[in-house]
Ligand binder design. Structure first.
Ligand SMILES: [Zn+2]
Ligand SMILES: [Zn+2]
Length: 120
């Protein structure tokens, strides 16, 4: 119990410190700084629990393993660095689709690809 609380806290803190969506592997390496014995299976299990509790939400990117980010942030998009694989949140949305007459949009998915400042 003590142990699992510590692991959970380390995983939550990884997201707050990173400030961007994280893959399970990234969560593992960040949280291991605080809980060196942490394993990937525990990370997966904890992520699932945090999604069910509404603390995290899964970020689906085409052709990519899911990332996770804090839930409840409203509509926004993501940037994927093609070199290092890090995902960043983009604030707001400037997308305006020109729809033909008679069409009604209900949503959209946009992922911007490129290089992050570290890789540019
Ligand atoms: Zn990069
Ligand atoms: Zn949008």
């Amino acid at each position: 119990m003590e142990r699992s609380t510590k692991q959970r806290r380390a995983i939550r803190e990884a997201f707050l410190e990173a400030g961007r969506p994280l893959s399970p592997q990234e969560v593992l390496s960040l949280a291991r700084r605080k809980v060196p014995s942490l394993g990937l299976a525990t990370v997966y299990r904890t992520l699932k629990g945090l999604v069910e509790e509404g603390f995290l939400t899964a970020v689906a990117l085409p052709g990519e393993p899911p990332r996770y980010e804090p839930a409840g942030q409203g509509h926004h998009h993501h940037f994927l660095c093609r070199r290092c694989g890090r995902v960043y949140e983009l604030s707001g949305c400037g997308l305006k689709a020109d729809l033909p007459p008679g069409f009604q949009a209900e949503g959209h998915e946009v992922t911007v690809y490129g290089r992050c400042p570290e890789c540019a």
